[in-house]
Design a protein around this ligand. Structure first.
Ligand code: IPM
Ligand code: MG
Length: 359
C-alpha cells in the first residue's frame, strides 16, 4: 500500500472541545498506523481560548494556517466566559469567519437513529418504526448571517436590523449539493422556505425548481419552514434530504438532531469547492460539563470518520471507525447522555479507549 500524508488543522476550541478532540486524535493515530497514512496535525486556537491567548477569536495567522491544511477538525466554540463580548468580538463570529473565508458554503448534517440507541429518542415508538435517516443540507455562508446589519438611532428610537438576501448563484450551488446528495440516498429533496412571505424565499424556490430539472430521478417538494418544523416531529421518516438556507437550517438541524435523542452522537461537515472540509460535532461546547470526563466523544470520533471518507478518500478506514463505535454501543457502553437502565456508564476517556480497542 502506498503511504500517504495529510495535513490537518486541529481546532479543539472551548468547553468540552478539548477532551472530545483528544479522544478522536487517539483514534486517528491508530488509523494512521493501520492504513499507512501519515497525519500531520497543526494545533490551533479559535474561539474563546484564542481571545484569552491572543485577544481575538480568530487571528490572521490562524486563518492562514487553516488554509494551508487539507482539512479542518473542529471541536466546539464559545462559552459563558465570553458571552459579554459584543457582536464581532464574540467567539461564534470566529466560526462564521472561518466558514466564509474558507468558502465552505455547504453544511451537511446527517441525523440518523442508531439502532442501538432507539430508546433514547423522545418520539413514540410508532413514529420510529419507519426509521429516521435525514440529511440536512444547509447553506452556510449567505443569508441573514452575512447580510447587512446594524443598530441605529432613528428619530430618537433605537432600532436594529439584519438582512436576509441570496443571489441566484448562491442558491444554485447549494441546490446542487442537495440533489447530488439525494442521488446517493433515497432520491428525495424537501426544500424549505417561507415563499408565502419572503422575496428571498421566492427566489430560492424558483432556483431550486430550475436546478431540479437536471436531476429527473430526484423527487422535489417545497415546504414552508413552519410546516417543516411541525412535520419533523409529526412524521420524520417522510424526509430524506432537507435543503435549507442558513438560518432555517440552523434551527431545523437542531430539531432534527434531537429526534434521535442523542445529539452527542451526531457529526457534520462543511464543504465548498474541492475536497477541503471542516468537520465538527453538531453539539456545542457544553461548558457546564467541561473537564468532568463525562462528555460523549462519539460525535467527534464520527467527525473524524467523515473527514477520512470525504476529504481523504479513506472510505474503508471511515467504515472501520463507524463499526468500532457500533460495536462499543452493542456491548452496552454508554456515556451519561445516552445512558439507560441496564447499560454500562463510562466516561469520555473510557469511551475513547473502548472505540480504540475495536479498531
Ligand atoms: C451551528 C451553531 C452556529 C450557527 C453558532 C455557534 C454561530 O449554532 O453551527 O449550528 O448558528 O451556525
Ligand atoms: Mg446551530
Amino acid at each position: 500500500m502506498n503511504s500517504r500524508e495529510f495535513k490537518i488543522a486541529v481546532v479543539p476550541g472551548d468547553g468540552i472541545g478539548m477532551e472530545i478532540t483528544e479522544q478522536a486524535l487517539k483514534i486517528l493515530n491508530k488509523i494512521s498506523k493501520k492504513y499507512h497514512t501519515k497525519f500531520n496535525y497543526v494545533n490551533l486556537k479559535v474561539g474563546g481560548c484564542s481571545i484569552d491567548a491572543y485577544g481575538e477569536a480568530l487571528t490572521e495567522e490562524t486563518l492562514k494556517k487553516c488554509r494551508e491544511c487539507d482539512a479542518l477538525f473542529l471541536g466546539a466554540i464559545g462559552g459563558p466566559k465570553w458571552d459579554n463580548f459584543l457582536g464581532d468580538k464574540r467567539p461564534e463570529k470566529a466560526l462564521l469567519t472561518l466558514r466564509s473565508e474558507l468558502g465552505l458554503y455547504a453544511n451537511l448534517r446527517p441525523t440518523k437513529v442508531f439502532d442501538e440507541l432507539k430508546s433514547a429518542s423522545p418520539l413514540k415508538d410508532s413514529l420510529l418504526e419507519n426509521g429516521i435517516d435525514i440529511l440536512v443540507v444547509r447553506e452556510l455562508i449567505g443569508g441573514i448571517y452575512f447580510g447587512k446589519r446594524g443598530t441605529v438611532i432613528e428619530d430618537g428610537i433605537e432600532k436594529a436590523y439584519d438582512t436576509e438576501s441570496y443571489t441566484l448563484e448562491e442558491v444554485e450551488r447549494i441546490a446542487h449539493v442537495a440533489f447530488e446528495s439525494a442521488m446517493k440516498r433515497r432520491k428525495k429533496v424537501t426544500s424549505i422556505d417561507k415563499a408565502n412571505v419572503l422575496d428571498s424565499s421566492r427566489l430560492w424556490r424558483k432556483v431550486v425548481t430550475e436546478v431540479s430539472k437536471e436531476y429527473p430521478k430526484v423527487q422535489l417538494n417545497h415546504m414552508y419552514i413552519d410546516n417543516a418544523a411541525m412535520q419533523l416531529v409529526r412524521d420524520p421518516s417522510q424526509f430524506d434530504v432537507i435543503l435549507t438556507n442558513n438560518i432555517f437550517g440552523d434551527i431545523l438541524s437542531d430539531e432534527a438532531s434531537m429526534l434521535t435523542g442523542s445529539i452527542g452522537m451526531l457529526a457534520s461537515w462543511s464543504v465548498g469547492k474541492g475536497t477541503y472540509g471542516m468537520y465538527e460535532p453538531i453539539h456545542g461546547s457544553a461548558p457546564d460539563i467541561a473537564g468532568k470526563n463525562i462528555a460523549n466523544p462519539l460525535a467527534q470520533i464520527l467527525s473524524a470518520a467523515m473527514m477520512l471518507d470525504y476529504s481523504f478518500n479513506m472510505t474503508e478506514a471511515a467504515k472501520d471507525i463507524e463499526n468500532a463505535v457500533k460495536n462499543v454501543l452493542r456491548k452496552g457502553y454508554r456515556t451519561v447522555d445516552i445512558w439507560i437502565e441496564g447499560m454500562i456508564n463510562v466516561g469520555t476517556k473510557e469511551m475513547g479507549e473502548l472505540v480504540l480497542e475495536e479498531i
